[in-house]
Design a protein around this ligand. Structure first.
Ligand SMILES: Nc1nc2c(ncn2[C@@H]2O[C@H](COP(=O)(O)OP(=O)(O)O)[C@@H](O)[C@H]2O)c(=O)[nH]1
Ligand SMILES: [Mg+2]
Length: 193
């Protein structure tokens, strides 16, 4: 039987917390020291009893990787654009990234999510929520506030995954509707990089 992968990609400037969020979503231990992503990290988790894998491509927003990451972004089912609530500069960089990509036809058909990261932080800048909402309006998508410390927003992302899968993929009529993708007992992590 074919294995179905729901391909989720996250893209954004360096140091906003993409890798930590991906690890939190797939049940990995977070690295205690910062390791800058070299282009692409891949993490996935298979949902036991099913042939479904949720794959997460952790894409560096650094310009030098642009060509590589664009093909990953293009092939994803859901593309998350991220910025850090601690850093207005990262918001501007995220918008630049989006604008560079928005010349591409593929974005128009893509399910997108805008996420703010590190929203647990006391150093969050004033107005990051408004920035996130503005970006989401521009991209015609949802805005989700996340934190890999408190796990805020993770269930909301999984909700979007579930409904995307049920609407668009679901070849064996296996509905994810009632599957709790964040249930720790479902975690069978694998980390390749
Ligand atoms: N307060 C807070 N710090 C975070 C969070 N996520 C990541 N960090 C910190 O931000 C830094 C960069 O995280 P990382 O996931 O490697 O960022 P990436 O370069 O975007 O992949 C690290 O020092 C993390 O400990 C979060 O949700 N809250
Ligand atoms: Mg990283």
């Amino acid at each position: 039987m074919k294995v179905n992968t729901l391909k989720l990609a996250i893209i954004g400037p360096e140091y906003i917390g993409k890798t930590n969020l991906c690890k939190e979503m797939t049940g990995q231990d977070k690295a205690s020291t910062y390791i800058g992503t070299i282009g692409v990290d891949y993490l996935h988790r298979t949902i036991p009893g099913t042939k479904l894998t949720v794959g997460l491509w952790d894409l560096s927003g650094a310009k030098r990787f642009e060509t590589i990451i664009e093909s990953f972004a293009r092939n994803s089912d859901i593309l998350m654009f991220g910025f850090s609530s601690e850093d207005k500069g990262s918001y501007n960089l995220m918008m630049e990234l989006y604008n560079r990509f928005s010349d591409n036809y593929f974005l128009r058909k893509k399910e997108i999510i805008v996420i703010a990261t590190k929203t647990d932080s006391s150093k969050s800048y004033e107005g990051y929520k408004e920035d996130g909402s503005l970006a989401a309006t521009k991209m015609s998508c949802k805005f989700i506030e996340t934190s890999s410390v408190t796990r805020a927003g993770i269930n909301d992302i999984f909700d979007i995954c579930r409904s995307h899968y049920d609407r668009n993929i679901d070849p064996q009529n296996f509905k994810l509707e009632n599957v709790d993708l964040s249930d720790p007992t479902l975690k069978t992590p694998c980390y390749i990089c």
